[in-house]
Design a protein around this ligand. Structure first.
Ligand code: RFL
Ligand code: PHB
Length: 389
């Protein structure tokens, strides 16, 4: 088998790249180790920057988004019994779009199926070959038989645990990493949200986030211990903890109910540099991870993909390698801005188990400054809605 771009991974990054390339008349084959149902079952991001919506528009996959998504012109913070609304549209000129990653992925899968371009699901033993040669290739096992896909380029869109980054020799990569001493326990439930916009809450018991997917479905998170297991968190325990953290007024008017999904995710920051090795280009979680507090992971995957699409397009249309050569540098500049913001939001809103009294006071001062300074609020707004591409 032969194609122009071999894409590893059919998460949002791989599917979006496939769709943009298809629209530009560039051939790609997508290889995914899981089933489509498994990919759609992973409940993750919920907040899209305007820049991400623009890229989905460019890919021609935003029709359902425009009819169903919720547009939020603000976001709320809660701390010390007070609430603060950050008016995103007023302070940063842009709103954010609340539309689940599951829905983005579904729209991309539907568009891919309609285009007739090939996605091979349930591939095993994926290996990258001759990555620094002019004609690299990918071998894999599908339905029991080993196959080889020859290509010009490989796009590694296979997430943090994927094979692409691990195929780069360790001495060719610099890795920057921070693990946080807590995780997030997330719950998806079919109840109407008792909040109009997202609420990020700092409390003595730890962080909580009130989010949503629609007018009838909420997504809620609480900071939990890294040792916690989902089985230790009954629905009742979760709602009780969430209500204690989110603020008395919201707790009093919210309804709790049928939990559809419950999962725990550890929080970490991770960046691998450069995002290119020979003919292999990394995009999305394959190259970097941010803690979810800044709502940046999916948005970064989309901006990487946009830069990579432009680079491939320029190569195939004009024969120029300049954009390919600049891809890593261009993408990393934006990545580090989001890594910094996500780290800052995480530090601001979580209780660290090892926080000493000095750090406790700094934490309190930082919150007080934010609650009282319009300059600080503007800085948060500008980053939350997304820095320009
Ligand atoms: P994905 O989604 O992990 O997809 C990678 C795909 O590659 C496949 N794969 C392989 N395929 C073939 N061969 C192999 N050897 C393979 N190894 C892996 C996998 O099966 C998978 O299908 O990466 P991608 O596409 O880069 O997308 C990244 C996003 O999923 C991620 O950044 C976001 O979900 C992060 N995130 C959030 N981002 C936001 O922008 N806004 C948010 O509000 C937000 N909230 C979140 C989040 C992530 C969370 N968790 C669970 C970590 C909330 C949470 C709780
Ligand atoms: C979500 O709705 O899942 C969500 C929203 C905002 C975040 C993280 C997750 O910062």
């Amino acid at each position: 088998m032969r194609t122009q771009v071999a894409i590893i991974g059919a998460g949002p990054a791989g599917l979006l790249l496939g769709q943009l390339l298809h629209k530009a008349g560039i051939e790609a084959v997508i290889l995914e180790q899981r089933t489509p149902e498994y990919v759609l079952g992973r409940i993750r991001a919920g907040v899209l920057e305007q820049g991400t919506v623009d890229i989905l528009d460019l890919a021609g996959v935003a029709e359902r988004l425009h009819s169903q998504a919720l547009i939020h012109g603000g976001v709320e913070l809660a701390a010390n019994g007070q609430r603060l609304r950050i008016p995103l549209t007023d302070l940063a000129g842009k709103a954010v779009t609340v539309y689940g990653q599951t829905e983005v992925t579904r729209d991309l899968m539907d568009a891919r199926a309609a285009s007739g371009a090939p996605t091979i699901y349930e591939v095993e033993s994926v290996e990258l070959h001759d990555v620094t040669a002019a004609r690299p290739g990918v071998t894999f096992v599908h339905e029991g038989s080993k196959q080889r896909l020859d290509c010009d380029f490989i796009a590694g869109c296979d997430g943090y645990h994927g094979v692409s980054r691990r195929s780069i020799p360790a001495e060719a990569l610099s890795v920057f990493e921070r693990s946080y001493p807590f995780g997030w326990l997330g719950v998806l439930a079919d109840v109407p949200p008792a909040w109009d916009e997202l609420i990020y809450a700092d409390s003595e018991r730890g962080f909580a986030l009130a989010s949503m997917r629609s007018a009838t479905r909420v997504r809620c998170y609480v900071q939990c211990s890294l040792d916690d297991k989902v089985e230790q968190w009954s629905d009742e325990r979760f709602w009780n903890e969430f209500q204690q953290r989110i603020g008395a007024d919201v707790a009093a008017r919210m309804v709790t109910g049928n939990v559809l999904e419950k999962s725990i995710a550890p929080l970490r920051s991770f960046v691998a540099e450069p995002m290119r090795y020979g003919q292999l280009f990394l995009a999305g979680d394959a190259a970097h991870i941010v803690p979810p507090t800044g709502a940046k992971g999916l948005n970064l995957a989309a901006s990487d993909v946009f830069y990579l699409y432009e680079s491939f397009n320029s190569y195939y249309k004009n024969g120029s390698r300049a954009a390919l050569d600049q891809y890593s540098q261009r993408a990393l500049r934006r990545v580090w801005q989001s890594v910094r913001f996500s780290w800052w939001m995480t530090s601001l809103l979580h209780r660290f188990p090892d926080e000493d009294p000095f750090c406790g006071r700094i934490h309190g001062s930082e919150l007080e400054y934010l609650f009282n300074s319009s300059a600080a609020q503007r800085a948060l707004a500008e980053n939350y809605v997304g820095l320009p591409l």
